[in-house]
Design a protein around this ligand. Structure first.
Ligand SMILES: *[C@@H]1O[C@H](CO)[C@@H](O)[C@H](O)[C@H]1NC(C)=O
Ligand SMILES: *[C@@H]1O[C@H](CO)[C@@H](O)[C@H](O)[C@H]1NC(C)=O
Length: 127
């Protein structure tokens, strides 16, 4: 009988967690990282780590390179959309967006960045 209690207890816990998740609201998504989540910050800085040329962005809306290291959207864009926010997370340095836009999502990610200074030094990013 004791064995029967464990699954029910876990199920109850799962349902409680599920309930909490449904009630939770995500007001914004703030992104820090490297090229995997850079949405175009490097377009605005002098660096060789960039993706503002074709074929990058060919499957993005408009088919133009955005500075994302991808043919289309990047994971953080999909996460933002899944949370019911915008379908994209704009880059902090993108002149098309302002502080009001960043209230629901922004990425500070910069391709070539790393925890250790040597990461950017090796790419010649320090000019
Ligand atoms: C940001 O831009 C939007 C239009 O894109 C404008 O309505 C809003 O007032 C701007 N906010 C600031 C703080 O400049
Ligand atoms: C990394 O570089 C910055 C900027 O040049 C410097 O202020 C900092 O001390 C460096 N950190 C290390 C661990 O060398």
């Amino acid at each position: 009988m004791a064995n029967m209690c464990i699954p029910w207890f876990l199920l109850l816990q799962f349902l409680i967690l599920l309930g909490l998740e449904c009630e939770a609201e995500v007001p914004a998504i703030i992104v820090f990282g490297d090229s995997s989540v850079d949405a175009g910050n490097n377009n605005q800085i002098p660096t060789i780590a960039r993706s503002d040329f074709e074929p990058y962005g060919r499957d993005y809306v408009g088919g133009q390179p955005t500075g994302r290291f991808s043919n289309g959207r990047i994971p953080t864009d999909f996460i933002s959309e899944a949370f019911g926010l915008r379908p994209i997370v704009p880059a902090y340095l993108d002149p098309m967006y302002n502080i009001s836009d960043f209230a629901i999502g922004v990425t500070f990610a910069s391709a070539g960045s790393g925890y250790d200074n040597a990461t950017s030094d090796v790419l010649g990013l320090m000019k």
